[in-house]
Design a protein around this ligand. Structure first.
Ligand SMILES: [Zn+2]
Length: 253
């Protein structure tokens, strides 16, 4: 059985795209993990999300996506440890104030950039898990396997993702499939054939779980929405998968 989760990034405004996607998934009974930006979420959006949590408690997870979602060097968290701790403390407190018990205390990372200390510091600050992207090509899989075999957290300056809990480090729950080809080009989507192949590869791997990443602001127009519909519907047909929240992956891992 493979666990499948759907992660939304950049949630801070109640937009028609966000509403359409939330209603698509909740109608199908598929859980979604919404990465909210504490520094910019509007009150209208907060009320909307709280309403979703109340209506679909089993389907909605409120995660934290960054703190202010501003770019420092390579990404928001590419800052000194001291500044990082200050920012994370502020963001976590804000999320708890805004969403109280609905906040999962799972942290997702903007631009997928991170200093290695993020994995230790976020644990110290009481987060339950962290979600950054991991590559799913063959070379990357070999790289992670070699790194994990030698119990390395970092190799050649790159983070070694691990699905196994490591000492003093926060557990990782990383999505492997991004609907987008890139973030230029108005967030160009991958083709249905490419996405299907990526899922086939993930599904046939030994990975316990597979995550999909969606940026609602780029799901503009019926064509892109149809791609998500097609892929999710075809994934749902696999008899040995189950859609879950990231917090469920954490419990099962
Ligand atoms: Zn983002």
């Amino acid at each position: 059985m493979q666990l499948i989760f759907i992660r939304f990034d950049d949630v801070f405004e109640k937009t028609p795209e966000l509403e359409k996607l939330c209603s698509f998934f909740t109608k199908k009974g598929i859980p979604i993990c919404l990465g909210v930006v504490p520094g910019s979420v509007t009150e209208e959006c907060r009320i909307y999300l709280k309403g979703l949590c109340k209506k679909f408690p089993k389907l909605i997870e409120i995660d934290q996506h960054g703190v202010r979602h501003i770019r420092n060097n390579k990404g928001e968290f590419d800052i000194s440890d001291e500044k990082l701790v200050k920012e994370l403390k502020w963001g976590k407190k804000k999320m708890s104030e805004l969403f109280s018990k609905d906040f999962s205390e799972v942290l997702t990372v903007p631009w997928h950039t991170h200093n290695h200390s993020l994995f230790f510091l976020s644990k110290k600050l009481g987060y339950h898990a962290i979600s950054v992207n991991k590559r799913n090509d063959v070379n990357a899989k070999i790289f992670y396997a070699v790194g994990n075999f030698f119990r390395k957290h970092e190799l050649l300056g790159h983070h070694v993702h691990s699905d196994t809990q490591r000492k003093n480090e926060i557990p990782e729950i990383c999505p492997a499939i991004d609907f987008q080809e890139n973030y230029n080009d108005a967030g160009k989507f991958k083709s249905i054939a490419k996405l299907k192949q990526e899922f086939i590869n993930q599904h046939s791997s030994q990975d316990k779980y597979c995550g999909f990443l969606i940026h609602p602001q780029y799901v503009k127009g019926p064509k892109r929405f149809a791609i998500i519909d097609k892929i999710i519907s075809s994934v749902a047909e696999y008899p040995d998968i189950i859609f879950v929240k990231m917090s469920t992956v954490l419990k099962e891992n």
